[in-house]
Design a binder for this molecule. Sequence first.
Ligand code: KG4
Ligand code: ZN
Length: 319
Amino acid sequence: MAVLEGTGTLRSSIISSQLTQHAPYGGVVPELASRAHLENVGAVLDGALNEAGIALADLDRIGVTNGPGLAGALLVGVCYAKGLGLGLGVPVYPVNHLEAHLFANLLEHPDLAPPFMALIISGGHTLLVSVEKWGTYRVVGRTRDDAAGEAFDKVAKLLGLGYPGGPLVEQLAREGDPRAIAFPRPMRNDPSSDFSFSGLKTAIMHQVKHDWPQLTSKRLAEVCASFQEAVTDTLAAKTFAAAEEWGASAVILAGGVSRNEHIRRRFEREAASRGLALVFPSPQLCTDNAAMVARTAVFHAARGALPSLDFAVVPSLGL
Ligand code: KG4
Ligand code: ZN
């Protein structure tokens, strides 16, 4: 939950992590997620108001994610927000989770103006989006199977590292040689801007079976580094090709996987060598957070139309 003043002053931002509850299962358990949302939502709201030093009655409007995401968790947020909005007599704006990831960039770069090519890389999505203006999006590429974050999570599970996999794989990869194993780069040379990561995961499964039980810590680091390198190569090649194809002068990153330092450094080098601007959020704004949702709601509020309260949750909402 976050409190945003005006268009860019973040008064508070609280992220209530449920990761320790899901970790034993190696992934998010939907029922656990909705229950944890329900149990925490009141206290998180109080915390966000306290930290901001305001009262409920000071809120002018509310933004809430209505999709994409897990139905149960979305329902908790949407019902709670609607109840609050009704009680306070303020409008409640449904916010698209993917659009909010894009807006995370605007919080720290208020002058960021389209057109640009955006790469959204999260646990559920891998999307290349040509952003013509804020609010007008053309999806030019997407994953045909697993999302980039899902690949990190599945590889981490395969290697017995834990959940969520991204940060754990990145940490081990720091000690390994990224050229040690030549993992495939699925779709790397395909003329479309689409991605595929499930074959890469299978290649890693075969590699691990082959190396087991001599999977030394050095080898483990090599597997992580080589996997991360394969993902990075594909993401960078596809994104910069799409930027060129669509005539973009800037590239932006968004979503949980864009926390990855290896990916950030590669994109910086590639953007610099092409004379393109590159923008990505600071780490805590890459992964899911309410500040980006609030910023998106402010954008929709500024465009006029007052929302009605009868919007639904849409677990598979597209951009
Ligand atoms: O955007 P996000 O918080 O939630 C979704 O909308 O899915 O992204 C979560 C994903 C997870 O798959 C997680 O493993 C990945 O982001 N992630 C990372 C890193 N930190 C989080 N992937 C690679 N490197 C990281 N440092
Ligand atoms: Zn997300």
